[in-house]
Design a protein around this ligand. Structure first.
Ligand SMILES: Cc1cc2nc3c(=O)[nH]c(=O)nc-3n(C[C@H](O)[C@H](O)[C@H](O)COP(=O)(O)OP(=O)(O)OC[C@H]3O[C@@H](n4cnc5c(N)ncnc54)[C@H](O)[C@@H]3O)c2cc1C
Length: 354
């Protein structure tokens, strides 16, 4: 018998993990946690949060994100943040860099209230927005605002390994003061001649137009590209790369789901959360995740944009519409489809297993 099984039989009904967690929250393997070690302000509305993750934390690949569970006013919220630190540090710490958005529950809480010693939940690193093993072509990075974060992780890791390869980086921000990690980026540009940083500040030059790429990076069509930023920028880049026949060069990370335009919203209706025994009227545009959270239902949640599958619930009756595609999904009490509540809205009455 495994030693943990023996311990489990002695500690029933609690599990050994529960006792270990009392002694040190970072020892839980069942519910991995992280302890805030330092909060470093970046700009007036962003901060880098250094965390020591619990035992058994896997190393990430630069560009990946981590899901963080944060308790705000007694309610646990899960949000996703890109890792900005170099993986495999000797002190085992990891960093996320968070920009507080207006009315943002978690981002504002982390930037304004996170303190050394605070404990958060962590889910293992994930994500496909990573560089290939071999970098044998000149690259292009296009980032805006907090969209710099996954690229920061990549740049720092590459620079820790040796001279940076040929990279042109176009970074957009409302002003110079709003550039996250500006000192770091400029230091990289000074030390690594092959890394060329072009900052674009809206207050001086107006809103960036992707046509500008021709002037700033004349060979952009030949460069595999990684881009992260607000939807209008990513949509404009996608359209440009498609129009020029180089769409397969473009790798994109979105922080928010793409919502289909006209006609995607469902009709709305009465939503019943069966396990929680709650009923609430919902419109046809609000994700059921938000509808449930607002109604006090304990909703599982993750990336909040339909990629991580953490927020799924069984659709036992009624119908929902996928806000990204407009597709209507019908419930079935005998064989209920599993829907992602973060990107599904009511299209009539809804019965959800949550
Ligand atoms: C793969 C991935 C990686 C991410 N990496 C980072 C990162 O490194 N740093 C970082 O700061 N954020 C990152 N985000 C965004 C982050 O997960 C949260 O969405 C963001 O912090 C807002 O959460 P909140 O609780 O403060 O806002 P909420 O309380 O959820 O929302 C408040 C209001 O803001 C709107 N809103 C939600 N998210 C955004 C957003 N990103 N931009 C503008 N408006 C928004 C909502 O529609 C709502 O109206 C990432 C998201 C994903 C999916």
């Amino acid at each position: 018998m495994h030693v943990l099984d023996v311990a489990a039989s002695l500690t029933t009904p609690l599990l050994p993990d529960d006792y270990l967690t009392y002694v040190n929250p970072l020892w839980s393997r069942r519910e991995p946690r992280g302890r805030v070690d330092a909060v470093m302000p970046e700009t007036r509305d962003s901060a880098t949060i250094w965390l020591t993750p619990g035992i058994g934390w896997p190393a990430h690949t630069p560009g990946q994100y981590v899901r963080v569970g944060v308790d705000v006013d007694g309610v646990r919220h899960w949000r996703t943040y890109s890792l900005t630190s170099v993986p495999g540090r000797k002190d085992k710490r990891i960093a996320i860099t968070v920009k507080a958005i207006a009315d943002g529950v978690v981002s504002t809480h982390l930037v304004r209230n996170a303190r050394r010693g605070m404990i958060v939940r962590l889910a293992p690193p994930a994500g496909e927005f990573v560089l290939p093993e071999r970098l044998d072509q000149p690259l292009l990075f296009v980032t805006a605002g907090s969209g710099i974060t996954p690229i920061l992780g990549m740049l720092r890791t590459l620079a820790a390994r040796g001279p940076l390869p040929d990279i042109t980086h176009v970074h957009l921000a409302p002003s110079a003061d709003d550039v996250i990690a500006r000192v770091d980026l400029q230091r990289l540009a000074r030390r690594h001649p092959a890394y060329r940083l072009h900052e674009h500040h809206d207050d001086r030059r107006g809103i960036f137009d992707v046509v500008t790429l021709d002037a700033v990076v004349p060979d952009w069509r030949t460069r595999p590209t990684w881009a992260c930023g607000p939807a209008p920028l990513l949509d404009a880049l996608t359209a440009r790369f498609e129009a020029e026949g180089v769409a397969d060069h473009l790798n994109i990370e979105r922080f928010r789901p793409v919502v289909a335009a006209d006609g995607a919203a469902g009709a709305g209706g009465l939503v019943r959360f069966t396990a929680s025994d709650r009923e609430v009227e919902a419109d046809g545009a609000t994700p059921l995740l938000t509808v449930g959270e607002d109604a006090g239902v304990l909703m599982p949640s993750g990336c909040r944009m339909g990629i991580c599958h953490t927020c799924v619930g069984a659709l036992c009756g009624g119908s929902v519409r996928d806000l990204r595609t407009g597709e209507q999904i019908e419930g079935d009490p005998d064989d209920p489809p599993h829907i992602r509540t973060c990107v599904s809205a009511a299209a009539g009455p809804v019965e959800l297993s949550l």
